[in-house]
Design a protein around this ligand. Sequence first.
Ligand code: CP
Length: 324
Amino acid sequence: MVKSFLKEIDFTKKDLLNLLALSAKFKQLKKDKVAHKYLEGKNIALIFEKTSTRTRSAFTVAGQDLGMNVTYLGAGEIQLGKKESIVDTAKVLGSMFDGIEYRGFKQEDVEILSKYSGVPVWNGLTDTWHPTQMIADFLTLTEVFGSLDDLSIAYIGDGRNNMANSLLVTSAILGVNCTIIAPKSLQPQKDIVDLAHQHNTGASLTITDDIAGVKGVNMIYTDVWVSMGEGVDFKERIDLLLPYQINQNLISLTGNPDVIVMHCLPAFHDLNTEIGKDIYEKYGYSELEITDEVFQKYSSIIFQEAENRMHSIKAIMYNSFQEE
Ligand code: CP
């Protein structure tokens, strides 16, 4: 059976815990400079229909560390979806490559790619889920807190995006208490909440528009306020989400001096980006989903989380090629 990694709900708590343990092992091998070219001779393709720094770099380095040949197929460089259907592309790529990473828009597309390629397919982000990010995030939580037992996390901001969806269902599967805090119009869709409840192994799951929901949590998470490819009025979105910014006041509301902050990145916390400057010139905001003060305070954890993308993606790919 082909072992793809398409969405979190395809996996049990035991599966995800195994991936976290395997990620930690690969991280240690890398730190000890022990070669681990366990997949030498395999060829993988990385399809990116959206831009990426972390996911692309993580798949590239992880693949090379495992001894694989890695080919990048960027947006507009292949026929996919324009001159050729996803089904036909899947059959062609599956006949040449041993595995395929796909970052795109519709979840359905990555599922089709997996069904028709006959090789493992790894979801590098769709509009619905960001599953490889989850292994890195829960690895980071395990490293910081020693275990996932009795942890409570809160995601605050746009509660309908792929990150909120993935955090909600992954927390449910792993039994980590999770609160999604978002304005009513940006709360998770009912089918996502239903999935989280169906796969829940004992977590408390809460959806609220009240920022007081951060009280007592161990970790607060946020993501950008407008996701890739979303055609929305930026000013309207900023006005709606400004009360949900991670700032010092929100940190104080947790009442927990040991709370940490995580962010999947990229983040709009200063004016050192083109988009950040553009928003500042148009609307006067120099920081969006997280203030620079908070970002800098928790930056060592946020960049530890980014590094963990590579170790966890290595574990995910390696696991796909192991017999049951
Ligand atoms: N977190 C994340 O997916 O980063 P990239 O968009 O840079 O891959």
